[in-house]
Write a new protein. Sequence first.
Length: 365
Amino acid sequence: MMRIVVKIGTSSVTDEHGAINDQAIATLCDQVAQLREQHHEVLVVTSGAVAGGVAALGLSQRPTDTQTLQALAAVGQSQLMNRYNHYLAARSLIGAQVLLVPNDFIDRTQYLHARQTLGRLLELGCVPIINENDAIASDEIRFGDNDRIAALVAHSVGADVLILLTDIGGLFTSDPRTDPTATLVASVSADDPLLSVHAGSAGTARGSGGMASKLSAARIASWSGVRTVIASASRINVLQDALNSVGGAGTQFLPHNRNLSARKLWIAFAAQHVGTIVVDDGARNALITRNTSLLHAGVVEVSGDFVGGDTVEIADIRGEVFARGMVGIDAVQAGAAAGLQSVDLPEGVVAELVHRDDLVVLLDK
């Protein structure tokens, strides 16, 4: 038995008009049922709520303001879940809606609750249908795409495989939609520079994730010890082929030998950074080799407008970003304390600018 997380994107569950594509969801549910018959456990992370809301309300285009997007998510999520319940029930399966927010992976108590709920649903024979809770998510703290949710869920439940379904058959040497010479990349190792790509622009007008966000998700999964496959949702029996590593069934991303906690995965790869801290070589060496906290004495420069609890990048004096962390104080305090020994810090300023429990080194050690 294997535990599989399947993520399907907006462009794959909606038609060219943005309406929910019943045939696509029915086909996915068919494949989920086949895997269940083979005694595998399957969790589905689905996009499409906002796009479904746009179509349901007859809007001509996707709005951009947060309040309307949240309202559309509330409309579209219920319709999306109705489709999954209908097609799963036709295959004697029961779907279970689970809506997540970033805090479910940052806060230890919330993380354990979410993990326990997902585990119990699998024990009960349900198929968890997971989405971001877009109806209440804010721009300040949200995933922004479901690729990273899927990767964090895969970590949370101890998945064996993460399958990211999209409208392209995997990672290509260039965009196959515009370059006829583009070839499929069959496999990517855990230390390949490709996995350093950060999430970028949306892939389609109906969705919020592109290939860059899938590479980011693959990196999260890789650092969780989970094999990832990016494959085409339209391929016949794509889930079975991806699970069995059939040639041509997409791009395989191999697992890393490091295994981070969900909180550190969020800090390293999912949280938006709002500043940069430049450190000297002594601090860089201590962070990389000794697993220490970042102290003010090693700080050379502070940039950005952050407050305590925000995520920042940590770079060396040559400009290489080698770590990320969650700061304990705001940018003004950090700038004023840069270079100071702990005994010389102003009253009220904590000694650790970034505590080691909130810091992730991005280099292989």
